[in-house]
Structure formats: structure tokens, C-alpha cells
Design a protein. Structure first.
Lengths: 781, 246
């Protein structure tokens, strides 16, 4: 063999140092393969690799025999595991149970907890990557204050390290000054609901608690509150047992939502039929079978025609509808004009397809229209809440509401609340009920205090009805806001911004004071199985390693702040440990028992039984909704088109998606996830691209009425020619995020903001942010 | 080979859980991956099919990389639980011959590790002890199975029958004769950038290659690549076949 000839030609391969060997060998190649070169096999490889840097003498003697049969050893990469800890994932709200293997105080591996009904022993790509978050060297390591008063992208904040006392004092002073000058309402809390934070908010008496949910799922929440009377987070599904899945943009498997992906693949493998209705083909649609590339924002017409067919042909589940719903007669009357032919004109789907799907859906059992946040019924278009309503109606007509293979109302554990365990001193009256973002103007969704990201920037910039002077931010990044550059301008109008975060995010770049918090793997507590709870189950969270940096949990930050601001009395006697213990005791367990549990879980396993009682006044699912009617909304999901249609100036519909490897704009500094997907692209149909002279990989500009971004084009077949799609999460401009910085672009910059008046006039009971109700132009950069 | 992996691409959602779980365990430069997802579209709008492939070393029974390696750094693990194809980093000289030789375009050179060749090791240090691979343990949808080869082939064939009965005419278990990794696909193999089975990688194929050995090695080292050789071999095979028929 020629390879042996190489060996024989050279001295001491086995014993020379690696570097010398490398040089030597390259040289040797040149000589030995001279014949091949002469034969015309020259190449860049040879030319590039043939020159040794330095001629170094080789000191070893040549071996007697060519070393051909070297015995290699297999090397283990695994350290000795010294401890195993229970935790649950904090990246998304599914909260999958985790088991973490630790080697000498260093976490080595995360596995899914088999005892957890969400995880069933596995995690998603994000969960498996979490140790890179924990050990991310870019993490915030101590409190900081800003010295550069200028703020914005590209501006160095001039951080100075401070201690916790100074951080609390500076923030308390600024917050109290804001309250003094503008009243309690001048202070805003931009944060997910949190018991400690909610208490400080109420002690201060500000109405401005602004959360992201109107960009996420309030269209569903509003409809469920009105028509079902329960389910603030109506996303639990029994996909695995369904035999017919009709998806209107429900795409959780391709986004790697752990339980959805697992159950979906199970259903498809068991022969479930899937019809995937979406302008873009994803792996959800393609594994399932039938793809219907519907015109964007017209799902409502498809569903109304389905309702008509199912009712007129009496294909609905008579028992379920009789016993569990009201309003069928009004619904029947309301949908008579919505013929399949009418819907076909709007949706560009053949009438016979709509009719066939309606019949298949109603006659295959169990059938389900799954939903989870930003699908066709999410806050994408002005008419999306009607899609959410049709989802409830259609799932009710086929008896899929809280039944096996259907949409489930999570069986969560019933525990005392924060105010039950720690009765607070009286809270003051709200200074005003009028919020900056106008969220109180929506009677059904307003009381949830979710808040409105799309209206806040315009209201704040206009100063109408008033301006926030200061705010505390946590877990809501700049990139999460529609038209992020506009939001940055709005932020600049505040006197003081405090941010609690794990990473030096874009929001941190806008901060005056930064409170670093621990990564969830460093914290303790327990969590409910909200998204996949067939029975009540709680998961233990124990610190897998000691805290790596000088961080404090959110509850601790709030308490420190409350004390410094003069609201300490509201937190007297309050402790996380007591709270955990008291809540568990109400279930007949205790914090100690949970900590010592063998599988990291508290479970109250009992057989699943579909509910017969619903939370509305009638005790039924109200297909005709008096609650909507009484609050001046349409009581039935009549047809309404979406707002934006293509024009010469903006000829493409815009679709926003999310890749499986990332959680929104939160994970792009994670090296592992970024190696799985490191950027986003402008996804465009091949024919449309050809018309524009765009080839795969070209730089393109995407432009909306709000902004423009530059991306690389990804040319595909599986998207309608009148649509383009961009995945969310990229375009980070914080230079302190060394992995995420400058990768891809933020498609959210393109989303137009709304005024409070525009939002109110859109008559959406969920005040959805209409994240895709705009069109874009695309051209070669 | 006692153990195998079965990658069921008709279940794979392309999420990359295997990619990150593997990369988190085996150190290599940023972007140098032992396993990654590749996306394949077939057909044209609106009749489009989308599939992913877990792109990683197939652990060929007769491995082109092993045959071509000029310093014998690539080897098959011996013993009852062996059969996996490994690269010894201490011996590897980073020449890239295996990169050009591999019919599946798998190995990559790691620029921050002396340009050493990097690829999936089939978690051999675990498998020789009868333990599963990291990627198979990680996969959240059960698309990567680890187990005894005979059992996996039986399970795979059964799944293929089910898929064919459900109308997936092209369902096929790839690699039964050739590779330590079995792939279940429902499209033609070339859609997934796989090579024809039972020929290029078989011992017969390599015997044929043997007679053209000098050409093969020179071509691989010269960067012309395996595919030139493969094309020539296909020619030879056709000629032989035609000869037999005549």
C-alpha cells in the first residue's frame, strides 16, 4: 500500500513531537505524491499544505518497522459524577423536570427527569444547552451603575461596579423621586407577574405593570375568559392521543416545544392524520402529511366555513354539544353566509378541500385543533382573536374540550397564595386606574394586568395621558418590543431605568442601575407543571452548584428595594422558605419532604376525567358569548379581514417564526444553541426570489413602514410566493453579549407600533399586538 | 457489529438536541460539530416535502477514511462491542485525506486543534460498555435509537412496512449492509446526499478500488475527491454488468 510507503520513507513518526511530525508529514506527502502531481492531480490542498515553516532536524532514529498496527485506546470524556441534583428548566414556561449530574462542584450534564410528565425523561435543544448559560463568561457578576448619561445602541454605558446597598439606595432614591414628581403611576414595572414584585407594585399603588403577553397569547386568554370561563393559559393539549390534528399555524413541534414535539411525533407515528394550514411549510406540516398553503390572515374564513358545514350537515358531537355548550342556534344562524365557496375566494384554498377537511375533522375521533400562543389565533392580526374563538367553537363541536386527545385544562395543584401565607398591611388605593399603555380600556383582558408592548412606546413618547419617569425591568428585553428602535426612544424619555437580568442584554445597556440575578440552575424552589398537567405535579428546584457570582434572586432584589424605598413593612416576615413550606403543607407535603423526594417530584396522580362544568355564568362553553356582547364585542366570530394587504410599495406579507434552537431573544449568547443555529435569514419563495433577481445567500433589505433590516436570503420552495418569513431572536446590539452580538437582524424592528386609540378601535378583546399585520418590501442590498 | 444506531428521519423534527448534547460533551472549536442537522426540500411549491437528516459519521464497515488515511490514524474498534470507526487525534496529521475520501462528506478539520480531523465517535467509550450514545439518550422525540443491531433492523423494517402501508412508497431502511448507523428515510437516498448502498462501501467495491488504489489515494490527497473515483467505479460496474448480460 502506498500509505505504508509514506511511513517507510520517513523517520521516527511515533516518537517525534506532534508539531514536528505534522510538518514532517506534510513535506513527506509532497515528495511521495509527486507522481500524482505530475499526473495532473495538483490542487489547492497540495499547494497550500506543502511548505514546512522551518527546516528542523529530526532527532529520532528511524524505526526498524513501519508502525502499522498501532493499538489505540478509547478515551472517556466523562468525569466522575459526585452529585446528582433536581431542577426544572427555566428557559421556557413548560418547566421540564431536569436531573443534573455534577462532578466536583461543576455541573457536567443535564438529563430529562423521567418522573416529570412534561419532560418524560427528555429535554429540548434549549434545555440541553443550559449549562453553557450557567457558565457563560458574559454573565452579569455584580451590581453596576451607569456613568455615561447617553443611552442607546453603540453607546458604552461606562459601567462602574457598586455594592448592593448602593444599588438599592440609588434606585430607591430615583424611584421615590419619580413618585414624588409624577405620582405612583409614574413608576412602571415591566416584568412577568411575581409575588414579591406584585406586592411592591401594590404597596406603591401604580397601575403600570406592563408584561409581554399581548405580543404572545392574550387573544386566546380573552376568548377563554369570555366563552369558557377558565384557562388564563389555555395551551394544554393531548396531542399524543389525537387521531386527527388540524393545525392553523400551530407549529410547536418545529419549535421543539418538548412535550408538543414528543406527543406530535407519537401521534403521527400512530397514524394520526395531520392537516397543516399555514402559508409556510414547516417540519410539523411535512411530517404530518397534508399542507394547505393558505393566504395569511384568512384562517378565520376557512374556520367559519368549516363551522357551517359541520353544523348544517349535523356532523357535530351531539352529546358533547348538548351537555356542555350553549348558543348553537345563534351560531348556526350566524354562519349561513360563510359557504366553502365564499371562503375559497378569501383563503385561496379550494372549496372542496375546506369541505373535506370539515367532514374529516368532525368524523375522525379524537380530532383536535391544537393551539399554543403565536399560531393563527395568536396576536398576529386584527382578526386573530376571532380565530381563537373559532378554535374554541370547533373543538367544542367535535367534543375535544377537556377530553382525551383534545384540548385539556391543566390539572394544577391548588395552593394558598402569597397574600394568604403573608397577609399584607392594607394597600393604598391606586393613584389612578389609567395606565400609560391603555390596557385598562379592554374590559375582558384588562383585569389580568398583562399590559401592552405595542402601545407603550407611542404613549410614552407622546406623554399622553402621562409619562413614566422611572421603571424596573426584568426578563423583558428591548428586542421583544414591536419596533424596538422606537421603544429605545421611549426609554430615553425616562429619568431612571433599573434592570434585573442574568446577562448584559440590550435592556441592561439602557439601564442606570443593574441588579444581577442568578441563573435558575443556581436557585431553589418548586414549580407547577402548567403546560402538561394531566394530574397535579410539582417539580423540585435545587441549586446544582453554588452561586458563581455576586447575584441575588428577584425576590431578594424586590425586598432590598422595598426596604430602601420605605415599604419594608410589606415584607416583614416574608421569606421564600416559609412560602415554599406553607404552600406544600396545604397539599399534605412539606418543603423538607419535597427536598428529600427520590425523583424530585411531588405528584398527586389520579385518572383523567373530562370536566362537565365550565367557568361561565351558564356553566357551559358559550358558543354565543354574552360576556363578549355585554362588553361591546362581537358575541360571535363574524368575518373580519386582517388590516394590511400588499401594495406596490410593500408587496409581501410578513411572517414571523421562531427556530427550535432558541427561546425568543434570550438565548443567542449560548454557544451551543448558536452552533445549532447562529443567525436568521429572510426566507423567500424561489419563484418570488427569481423575479427579484435574488439568489440563495444574497444580502437583502427588508423594509416596512416602521424600519428596515438587512439579512441573508434563504430561497426555498415551501412558502407562498406572496409571503416572506424571518425568525425572531437575533440582531443583538449589546457588545457585552460577545456571542450574540451582531448576528442576524431583529425582525421586530419592522413591526409597527400602535397608539392606544388604534388598539381600542381594533375591537380586539385580547388587545393583541397584531405582530404580523403589516407588509414589507424586499430588495437586493 | 453488535450495536447500532437507527436514525428515523420520518420522526426527526430537526431541532438539534443531538447536535448540542454531543457538542457539549466533546470539546472542539466553535462550529466544528460531530453531528448536525441538514435540511432537505424536495418538490416545488405547493407540492413540497421537507425532511431533516442527522448528518454524522455512518461508521462504515469498510471505511473509506480508514483506507485512505496515510498515517493509519483511523481505526475500527475491535472486540465484541466494537465496530465503531475512530480517529486517533495523537496520530492524525490533519492532512484532510479522510475529508475528501468520505462518501458522506462527514469529517471536518478542527482549526484550533492542530487541524485534526473531527467526527462522531459513536460514543465508543460508552458503547464498549454497553451504554447508549449521548445523542440517542437526548433525542426528545425518539428519532434516534441505540441498541443491538439485529433488534434495530427488525424494528426499522417493521416501521418501513407501516410507512409503506400508509402510502410512503419510498420508505426504506438505509445502511443494513454497509454502515453502523442505520437511517430510515422516506425519499430516495440521493435526496439526503446519501450514496447508493451496497456498492461503493462494500468490500467488493473496495477490492475494485484496490486495483485502482494509487489513483484513489492520489485523487483524494490531490483534493479531487472520492467522487471522481466513485464515478469511475460506477463505470467499471456498469461495464461488468453489461459484460455479464452479453
Amino acid at each position: 500500500m502506498i500509505v505504508q510507503h509514506f511511513f517507510a520513507a520517513g523517520p521516527g513518526l511515533q516518537t517525534v513531537a506532534k508539531k514536528d511530525k505534522w510538518k514532517f508529514s506534510r513535506r513527506s506527502f509532497l515528495m511521495a505524491s509527486g507522481a500524482a502531481v505530475a499526473a495532473g492531480a495538483a490542487s489547492n490542498f497540495l499547494l497550500a499544505g506543502c511548505q514546512p515553516d522551518v527546516e528542523e532536524p529530526v532527532v529520532d532514529d528511524p524505526p526498524d518497522e513501519p508502525p502499522v498496527d498501532v493499538a489505540f485506546e478509547l478515551k472517556s470524556v466523562e468525569p466522575e459524577i459526585t452529585a446528582t441534583k433536581f431542577n426544572f428548566c427555566g428557559i421556557c414556561s413548560a418547566n421540564c423536570g431536569m436531573i443534573v449530574d455534577v462532578a466536583d462542584d461543576k455541573a457536567w450534564r443535564i438529563r430529562g427527569n423521567p418522573a416529570c410528565q412534561v419532560a418524560e425523561g427528555h429535554l429540548c435543544v434549549k434545555g440541553y444547552s443550559a449549562l453553557k448559560d450557567l457558565y457563560d463568561p458574559d454573565r452579569l457578576k455584580h451590581p453596576m451603575k451607569r456613568t455615561n448619561p447617553e443611552k442607546g445602541p453603540g453607546v458604552d454605558p461606562g459601567w462602574v461596579k457598586i455594592d448592593w446597598d448602593e444599588a438599592f439606595e440609588l434606585t430607591a432614591e430615583a424611584f421615590n423621586q419619580a413618585i414624588e414628581e409624577g405620582g405612583p403611576q409614574a413608576l412602571g414595572f415591566f416584568s412577568r407577574g411575581h409575588d414579591w414584585m406584585n406586592r411592591l407594585r401594590d404597596a406603591i399603588g401604580t397601575p403600570n405593570h406592563i408584561q409581554h403577553h399581548s405580543t404572545c397569547f392574550t387573544t386566546y386568554t380573552a376568548v377563554w375568559r369570555a366563552a369558557v370561563g377558565t384557562g388564563n393559559r389555555p395551551f394544554m393539549l393531548d396531542v399524543g392521543r389525537a387521531k386527527y390534528l388540524l393545525s392553523f399555524g400551530w407549529d410547536q413541534p418545529s419549535k421543539a416545544k418538548n412535550m408538543s414535539a414528543r406527543e406530535y411525533v407519537k401521534a403521527v407515528s400512530n397514524g394520526a392524520k395531520v392537516v397543516y394550514v399555514d402559508p409556510r411549510l414547516t417540519i410539523t406540516g411535512s411530517l404530518g402529511g397534508e399542507w394547505i398553503p393558505i393566504k395569511p390572515g384568512t384562517d378565520l374564513a376557512f374556520m367559519l366555513a368549516m363551522i357551517r358545514t359541520i353544523i348544517n350537515e349535523e356532523l357535530y358531537d351531539q352529546d358533547f354539544v348538548d351537555n356542555n355548550t350553549t348558543g348553537l342556534e345563534q351560531l348556526r344562524d350566524a354562519v349561513q353566509d360563510y359557504t366553502p365557496e365564499w371562503a375559497s375566494e378569501i383563503t385561496e384554498v379550494p372549496a372542496e378541500t375546506i369541505e373535506r377537511v370539515a367532514r374529516e375533522f368532525a368524523t375522525t375521533k379524537p380530532a383536535l385543533i391544537p393551539n399554543h400562543k403565536r399560531d393563527a389565533g395568536g396576536p398576529n392580526y386584527q382578526n386573530s382573536w376571532r380565530v381563537a374563538f373559532c378554535t374554541v367553537i370547533l373543538n367544542s363541536l367535535v367534543g375535544a374540550m377537556d377530553r382525551e386527545g383534545g384540548q385539556i385544562i391543566g390539572r394544577t395543584a391548588s395552593m394558598p397564595g402569597f397574600n394568604d401565607v403573608f397577609p399584607p398591611p392594607d394597600f393604598p388605593e391606586l393613584a389612578t386606574t389609567e395606565r400609560v399603555d391603555g390596557f385598562e380600556k379592554h374590559p375582558i383582558i384588562g383585569p389580568t394586568r398583562r399590559g401592552d408592548f405595542s402601545t407603550f412606546p407611542e404613549a410614552q413618547l407622546a406623554g399622553e395621558p402621562y409619562r413614566l419617569k422611572a421603571a424596573l425591568f426584568r426578563k423583558h428585553n428591548v428586542l421583544a418590543f414591536p419596533n424596538a428602535p422606537r421603544f429605545v426612544e421611549a426609554l430615553k424619555t425616562m429619568d431612571f431605568v433599573a434592570v434585573v437580568d442574568v446577562w448584559p442584554s440590550e435592556m441592561v445597556q439602557m439601564a442606570d442601575v443593574v441588579f444581577p440575578e442568578p441563573y435558575y440552575l443556581e436557585t431553589s424552589g418548586f414549580g407547577d407543571r402548567v403546560y402538561h398537567a394531566f394530574y397535579p405535579q410539582l417539580a423540585l428546584r435545587e441549586p446544582v452548584v453554588d452561586p458563581l457570582y455576586d447575584t441575588r434572586g428577584y425576590g431578594g432584589v424586590i425586598t432590598g428595594l422595598a426596604n430602601a424605598m420605605g415599604y419594608g413593612e410589606y415584607f416583614e416576615g416574608v421569606s421564600g422558605g416559609t412560602f415554599n413550606d406553607e404552600r406544600l403543607k396545604a397539599l399534605g407535603s412539606s418543603w423538607e419532604e419535597l427536598q428529600n423526594s427520590e425523583n424530585g417530584m411531588w405528584s398527586d396522580e389520579k385518572p383523567f376525567q373530562g370536566r362537565e362544568e365550565w367557568g361561565t355564568e351558564s356553566g357551559k362553553i358559550e358558543l354565543y358569548s354574552p360576556v363578549l356582547e355585554n362588553n361591546n364585542y362581537d358575541p360571535l366570530p363574524y368575518w373580519e379581514p386582517k388590516k394590511a394587504e400588499p401594495t406596490d410599495e410593500y408587496p409581501f406579507y410578513m411572517i414571523i417564526s421562531r427556530p427550535p434552537m432558541h427561546k425568543m431573544s434570550q438565548t443567542q449568547n449560548n454557544e451551543l444553541m448558536m452552533q445549532a443555529q447562529g443567525t436568521n435569514k429572510l426566507i423567500i419563495n424561489a419563484e418570488a426570489a427569481a423575479n427579484l433577481g435574488i439568489e440563495d445567500g444574497d444580502e437583502v433589505v427588508v423594509e416596512s413602514q416602521a424600519n428596515q433590516v438587512t439579512l441573508q436570503a434563504e430561497v426555498i420552495q415551501g412558502i407562498r410566493p406572496d409571503c416572506v418569513c424571518v425568525e425572531h431572536g437575533f440582531g443583538h446590539w449589546s457588545r457585552e453579549l460577545t456571542v450574540a452580538f451582531n448576528q442576524g437582524a431583529n425582525e421586530g424592528d419592522l413591526i409597527p407600533t400602535l397608539t392606544v386609540e388604534e388598539m381600542v378601535n381594533s375591537k380586539c378583546p385580547g388587545a393583541g399586538s397584531q405582530m404580523q399585520d403589516f407588509c414589507v418590501n424586499v430588495y437586493k442590498a | 457489529m453488535k450495536y447500532a444506531m437507527l436514525i428515523d428521519q420520518t420522526k426527526c423534527i430537526g431541532c438539534g438536541a443531538c447536535t448540542v448534547e454531543c457538542k457539549g460533551k466533546y470539546e472542539a472549536s466553535f462550529g466544528v460539530l460531530r453531528t448536525e442537522m441538514k435540511k432537505y426540500e424536495s418538490g416545488s411549491f405547493p407540492n413540497v416535502k421537507l425532511r431533516y437528516k442527522k448528518h454524522a459519521c455512518m461508521h462504515c464497515f469498510v471505511a473509506a477514511c480508514e483506507e485512505i488515511c496515510p498515517v493509519d490514524a483511523i481505526w475500527h474498534v475491535e472486540g465484541e462491542n466494537g465496530g465503531m470507526v475512530e480517529i486517533d487525534k495523537e496520530t492524525c496529521i490533519g492532512c484532510g485525506a479522510c475529508v475528501t475520501a468520505c462518501p458522506f462528506d462527514v469529517p471536518v478539520l478542527d482549526p484550533e486543534d492542530d487541524n485534526n480531523s473531527e467526527k462522531c465517535s459513536f460514543c465508543a467509550f460508552r458503547v464498549v460498555e454497553g451504554k447508549s450514545t449521548y445523542c440517542a439518550e437526548a433525542c426528545p422525540v425518539g428519532a434516534i435509537l441505540f441498541g443491538e443491531r439485529e433488534d434495530l433492523i427488525a424494528a426499522g423494517e417493521s416501521r418501513v412496512s407501516d410507512l409503506q402501508a400508509a402510502g410512503h412508497d419510498k420508505a426504506h431502511l438505509y445502511g443494513k449492509e454497509d454502515t453502523g448507523v442505520l437511517i430510515l428515510i422516506d425519499e430516495d437516498y440521493d435526496v439526503y446526499d446519501l450514496v447508493a448502498e451496497g456498492f461503493t462501501l462494500s468490500s467488493i467495491g473496495w477490492r475494485a478500488l484496490g486495483s485502482y488504489g494509487s489513483l484513489a489515494v492520489a485523487a483524494a490527497i490531490g483534493g479531487i475527491g472520492y467522487r471522481v473515483v466513485k464515478n469511475r467505479l460506477e463505470e467499471i460496474s456498469r461495464e461488468k454488468e453489461e459484460g455479464t448480460k452479453a
